[in-house]
Design a protein around this ligand. Structure first.
Ligand code: 0RA
Length: 637
């Protein structure tokens, strides 16, 4: 870099300070240094290309994970501008790559819609990369610059010719292992899910994704945008009518919604703001939900489907079986927090309510058959909810009465201070037996659950409240449930789910996570719920025994052994194959064990999976079990 005057130098110092700030406090910029943050690096770069697509300037985005875990993102947009930046006296490209917040605001014209996770742009990714290279095709030339830990190695230079018709940006980065210290890798499925979402809400863009580590690839293109999204979500459900699609612009805000009712028992409604999945919803979500409830009630009253004596349908009644997407593009989105998971702009609620209300009301008027089917569904769900409420009240009252009688199956611990105690929920009586013998009975309690009983229950989760196994769980926890939940009553500071590493085990774990997610979310938020990690292999050689918790670790252990061929390798299929000492040593002893803390995100994911596992559609369940049977340990919980 040539530094010609004091001003230039000062600017550069500022740039370095900016990038240093990112490296010192990655949490502020990409949410941390864990595997989640690692994935955010990719999203941040792809978001920039999505912006080009939203501006109508890009039709194809290619993402590649290379064997060395570097990632490249290539688009056919206009290319990041490369001209001299008048104030900074260097290439605009360099400014974009090295200055915080310079991303889309640069160059005027057009707002940056997707915004990335924290809107810090690609420069934050650059700062957190061991190295990064960018290649821009524009005006017949290929421009190039390389950075190491955010610092340019040389000024932008022309490295070749491009066709006049050709333009675009290619960014390649290798995350910095000095920042992302733990051993971690990109998850194909996590990335696939995100790219699929991006393709759905950015109609007409093709997203090609290739994982060169495993030679897997996928291409997403959805001509129908969010209508395709709804069809995709409902692919295993019986729908009650064709997808209702609404698109309108109001006061510069683009609003799109797609709605379809099915015979399912659950609600699948997703909301997006500037292509970001707002998992905590917000004003667009509220607008959509409230307008549907209002329109359905109005229609039902007007057509005599609800009698004068009947109460209105509640929001819950009108959401059972609902699959919908609402997606807004806003020039100035307000989010509740840095993590952009909840949209706060109040005007959005007004507009969405109005636009969706009008369109859905028209749809019902013009399609009386569909209207009748939807209202019949609401009636069924309203009655079922009534019955479930009564059943649940009974359980709650009973468990209040029985609060002093702990379930007979529970092997309690002697410690009473709940900050020190742990409850292991163990699948099956035989593993339960080993756990009871292997535990430290001073602070560890064991509750065996018979999985088969839970397994046969399908459809409504409400039903499982009546199940004896679940009742035992509720009274062992001591918190009550649902609205009556009180964390003060919690008898164990840690609740640890311990299931087999097989299909049934993951099935039961999913069910338990769903149960906690829906009925005791505060328990998850309070950081009380964990998943035990039993080992996958026991490797014995001469007098030494080692346990490995992953394939990778097993290979590593074998490699380190002098004559690995003589080692005795046992693959654990279930907890029952371990004797009490082994179970203690590997999975329960706080000195050796690893526990996975369950986050609300994990549980929400389980909740979605639950739908598929427990729903009535048999085919997808079989497919899910087959595709995961080989790698149950890797099942994203
Ligand atoms: C600023 C201005 C223009 C395009 C871009 C940025 C741009 C950024 C990225 C990041 C990844 N891919 C990108 N493609 C474009 C508009 C430039 C013009 O008007 O020609």
């Amino acid at each position: 870099m040539v530094q010609t005057n004091g001003k230039y130098e000062a600017d550069n110092i500022q740039v370095l300070e900016g990038l240093e700030a990112v490296r010192r406090r990655p949490g502020m910029y990409v949410g941390g240094t864990d595997v989640k943050a690692l994935h955010h690096l990719v999203y941040e770069v792809v978001d920039n290309s999505i912006d080009e697509a939203l501006a109508g300037a890009c039709t194809r985005i290619e993402i590649r994970i290379h064997p060395d875990s570097s990632v490249s993102v290539t688009d056919n947009g206009r290319g990041i501008p490369v001209g001299m930046h008048p104030q900074m006296k260097k290439s605009a490209l360099e400014v974009v790559m090295t200055t915080l917040h310079a991303g889309g605001k640069f160059g005027g014209g057009g707002y940056k819609v997707s915004g990335g996770l924290h809107g810090v742009g690609v420069s934050a990714v650059n700062a957190l990369s061991e190295w990064c290279e960018v290649e821009v095709r524009r005006e017949g030339q290929v421009h190039f610059q390389r950075y190491e830990r955010g610092i340019p190695k040389a000024p932008v230079k022309v490295i070749g010719k491009a066709k006049a018709s050709e333009s675009g940006t290619k960014t390649t980065f290798k995350y910095d292992p000095k920042i992302f210290k733990e051993e971690m890798e990109f998850h194909f499925n996590t990335l696939v899910q995100r790219f699929r979402e991006m393709a759905f809400v950015t109609r007409g863009v093709t997203i090609f994704f290739e994982d060169e580590r495993t030679n897997r690839e996928m291409t997403f293109y959805f001509e129908g945008g969010i209508t395709s999204f709804v069809r995709y979500l409902n692919r295993n459900r019986e729908n009650l009518h064709p997808v209702v699609y609404i698109e309108k612009e109001m006061e510069g805000i683009g609003i799109e919604a797609a709605i379809q009712y099915t015979d399912a028992f659950t609600e699948s409604v997703y909301s997006f703001a500037n292509t970001i999945n707002t998992v905590d919803g917000g004003t667009h979500m509220t607008g959509l939900r409230s307008s549907l409830t209002r329109v359905i009630n109005d229609y039902a009253r007007k057509n005599g489907l609800l009698k004068d004596a009947d109460p209105n349908f509640t929001g819950d009644d009108t959401r059972e079986g609902l699959t919908a997407i609402v997606s807004v593009k806003h020039p100035d989105p307000q989010f509740e927090s840095q993590t952009k998971v909840k949209l706060m702009n109040p005007e959005v609620q007004t507009y969405v309510t109005q636009i969706v209300g009008e369109a859905f009301s028209t749809f019902l008027e013009e399609n009386p058959q569909a209207a009748k089917a939807i209202i019949a569904k609401c009636l069924t769900s309203s009655r079922a909810r009534d019955a479930a409420r009564k059943a649940r009240d009974l359980v709650i009252r009973k468990s209040a009465l029985e609060s002093l009688t702990l379930p007979g199956k529970l092997a309690d611990c002697s410690e009473r201070d709940s900050t020190k105690t742990e409850l292991y929920i163990v699948e099956g009586d035989s593993a339960g037996g080993s756990a009871k013998q292997g535990r430290d009975r001073h602070f560890q309690a064991i509750l065996p659950l018979r999985g088969k009983i839970l397994n046969t229950e399908r459809a409504r989760l409400d039903k499982i409240l009546g199940n004896n196994e679940v009742k035992a769980l509720i009274s062992a926890l001591g918190t009550g449930i649902g609205e009556g939940f009180d964390v003060e009553g919690l008898r164990y500071g840690r609740i640890i789910i311990m299931t087999d590493a097989d299909v049934d085990g993951s099935h039961i774990r999913t069910l338990l996570l769903t149960f906690f997610f829906r009925y005791m979310p505060l328990l998850i938020e309070g950081g009380h719920l964990f998943i035990a990690q039993p080992p996958l292999y026991r490797i014995a050689y001469k007098n030494s025994v080692k346990y490995s918790y992953s394939e990778k670790e097993k290979d590593k252990i074998l490699k380190e052994m002098a004559s690995a061929d003589k080692a005795n390798i046992q693959r654990y299929k279930g907890l029952g194959e371990m004797n009490p000492e082994q179970l203690w040593e590997t999975t329960m002893n706080p000195e050796n064990r690893t526990l996975l803390l369950v986050t609300v995100d994990d549980a929400a994911e389980a909740d979605r999976t639950f739908d598929m596992l427990m729903g009535d559609a048999v085919d997808p369940r079989r497919r899910f079990i087959q595709t995961h049977a080989k790698a149950v340990r890797n099942l994203d919980i």
